[in-house]
Design a protein around this ligand. Structure first.
Ligand SMILES: Cc1ncc(COP(=O)(O)O)c(C=O)c1O
Length: 588
């Protein structure tokens, strides 16, 4: 999925299940209390019947059904497959699942049922006719919708209710894998990535030591090396860590840069430092300012460097800002160049910025959270040329590469710096006298203690697609962006925010309703135009047919920002979006 053959593959998987080749899938529940289908071996059935004996009525019903199956076991032994028997969860509780004694069967049936719920949700997600969302206001959810009660109870709920809760949770959520979901930089649902997430949750371990996550820790190292190599760093010198998102990766970059220049910060704190200044473009992500606030540097000490009309940092403005800060007696420390800005999808001129960093001995960070994926495309990677000169890089595979949330790498060129900056050697975790190479206890490099395993799903997807598979996808997104750009230029009801072919997958535009079409571009028109996108978006969400983001930016009043990172999206979805905006907005 979402290839056209995707459904066939899923059906094939189901058939393999029914042949016992792979784990079976349970059939959907028709009603919350309906029959679940699954299957079992003869000995499992016998075991289950034994387990049933002290159960109350619904179980007797199931036992009766099992007895029928038991009678058919001769056939089954000859090779025929028993595809279903009854499991009624209405009187079964979580306490009867593993590790409860003899809990295997209920656990198996329960999880099959959950997989089935997820699978039918995935099929609906990829069914072009389904809605993207079924919107309700917070108070409606809080009040309880159609029996979907979010309140927590003192008494345990039966597993049947738990399954209904799973279904309802998905029902009232947003289908972010839908081909018409364009709202965020992360979209789509990669099936192998999903399998990776399931496996990760099943392993349920923690990344802080090799001792408890041996395979995942080595996978992280392999992924980091691969990413260093793609950036163009010598793999032996580089380092890094997977963190909970691009904002945290950006925070790491400032933390490490500050430690590199002022190692005394770790023990003495900000009081031991001069006034420092950071630089990022006026189009950079807000996480730089947030990190400055968190790290005690202060947002006032983040200088917003001016950009050109396309949203790229202007190198001469950067140099001017550095000199100004110096004149004020502050110490310029760090520059964040953005490779793929959040709204315009612009790439800062990395090579020019690298020259300036060298000239003034500043730390160069590249925030490639969004645009980093382009490094995998031989057609588009030139847009990040100069990234190999950076001291650190943020790259979020959970954006353009479509890895399920969250998956963000913080990469740093100097080995050992992260460790020195963050290490505190907690004796109960990082004992130096373990029997293996404790350099693999990577947890002390991080600012966290416990750390989620974010690497496996990326590793698995990379295995399944190969680097080439990512390249094909990313090239396709760029082609879709190009198609939209041309469509917008051709349609009289739309205006581009900046008239330049997309460098990344962002395309920014206004819909101009007939009521504004002949009004000159003066403040009164801009004031009215500012209200158009939010009104259309509100209607769009109520109808649930499509989702796209909007925002004002600088002097530009509210406009739509379209982004592509969803493997399910086709040109027809773009046509739909443009027609839908028109349908929803023509009377405004
Ligand atoms: C350029 C850029 N950097 C950083 C981030 C933050 O990433 P995250 O949402 O994973 O924290 C974003 C998010 O959109 C981004 O566009």
């Amino acid at each position: 999925m979402p290839s056209e053959e995707g459904e066939d593959v899923v059906n094939h998987f189901s058939k393999m299940c029914s042949r016992g080749v792979v784990a079976p899938l349970a059939s959907p529940l028709a009603t919350p209390l309906a029959v679940n289908a699954s299957f079992a071996t003869t000995s499992e059935i016998a075991l289950t019947i034994k387990d049933e004996q002290d159960h109350t009525e619904p179980r007797q019903l199931r036992q009766k059904h099992l007895c029928c199956l038991h009678g058919e076991s001769e056939d089954r032994d000859k090779g025929s497959t028993i595809e279903s028997f009854m499991t009624n969860f209405s009187n079964i509780y979580e306490s009867e699942l593993l590790p409860a004694r003899n809990g295997e069967k209920f656990t198996e049936h329960f999880l099959h049922e959950v997989v089935d719920i997820l699978l039918s949700y995935i099929k609906r997600t990829y069914d072009g006719k389904s809605k993207v969302l079924d919107f309700h206001h917070p108070h409606q959810l809080l009040e309880g919708l159609e029996g979907f009660n979010l309140e927590l109870s003192d008494q345990p709920q039966p597993l049947e209710q738990i399954l209904v809760d799973c279904r309802d949770t998905l029902k009232y959520g947003v289908k972010t894998g839908h081909s018409r979901y364009f709202n965020q930089l992360s979209s789509g649902l990669d099936i192998v990535g999903l399998a990776g997430e399931w496996l990760t949750a099943t392993a349920n371990t923690n990344m802080f030591t090799y001792e408890i996550a041996p395979v995942f820790v080595v996978m992280e190292e392999i992924l980091l090396k691969k990413m260093h190599e793609i950036i163009g760093w010598g793999e032996s010198e580089a380092d890094g860590v997977f963190s909970p998102g691009g904002s945290i990766s950006n925070l790491y970059s400032i933390l490490v840069a500050r430690y590199k220049h002022f190692p005394e910060i770790k023990a003495k704190g900000m009081a031991a430092l001069p006034d420092i200044a950071l630089f990022a473009s006026e189009h950079s992500h807000y996480s730089i300012q947030k990190a400055a606030a968190v790290l005690g540097i202060g947002t006032d000490n983040v200088v917003a460097v001016k950009c050109d009309a396309r949203g790229k940092m202007t190198p001469s403005e950067l140099e001017r800002a550095i000199l100004k800060v110096k004149r004020q007696g502050k110490v310029p420390l760090y520059i964040c160049a953005t490779a793929g800005t959040t709204v315009y999808g612009a790439f800062d001129p990395l090579a020019d910025i690298a020259d300036i960093c060298e000239k003034y001995n500043l730390w160069m960070h590249v925030d490639a959270a969004w645009g980093g994926g382009l490094l995998l495309s031989s057609r588009h990677s030139y847009k990040l040329s100069g990234i190999e000169r950076a001291n650190s890089v943020t790259w979020n595979p959970h954006k353009l590469m479509g890895v399920p949330l969250q998956c963000s790498a913080f990469l740093v060129r100097e080995k050992g710096l992260l460790q020195a900056c963050n290490q505190l050697c907690a004796g109960y975790l990082f004992q130096p006298d373990k029997q293996y190479d404790t350099a693999y206890d990577t947890g002390d490099k991080t600012i966290q203690c416990g750390r989620h395993v974010d690497v496996f799903k990326l590793w698995l997807m990379w295995r399944a697609k190969g680097t080439q598979g990512f390249e094909i996808l990313i090239n396709k997104y760029l082609e879709l962006a190009e198609y939209l750009y041309k469509e917008l230029k051709a349609r009289k009801n739309y205006e581009l925010v900046f008239d330049a072919a997309p460098e990344l997958t962002n395309v920014c535009f206004w819909y101009i309703p007939p009521s504004l079409r002949h009004i000159p571009k003066e403040p009164e028109r801009e004031k009215r135009l500012h209200q158009i996108a939010p009104k259309i978006k509100a209607r769009m969400i109520e109808e649930g047919t499509v989702m796209v983001g909007y925002q004002p930016h600088g002097d530009n009043v509210n406009f739509f920002r379209m982004v592509f990172s969803n493997p399910a999206t086709k040109k027809s979805d773009i046509d739909f979006l443009l027609e839908e905006i028109e349908r929803l907005g023509k009377d405004l």
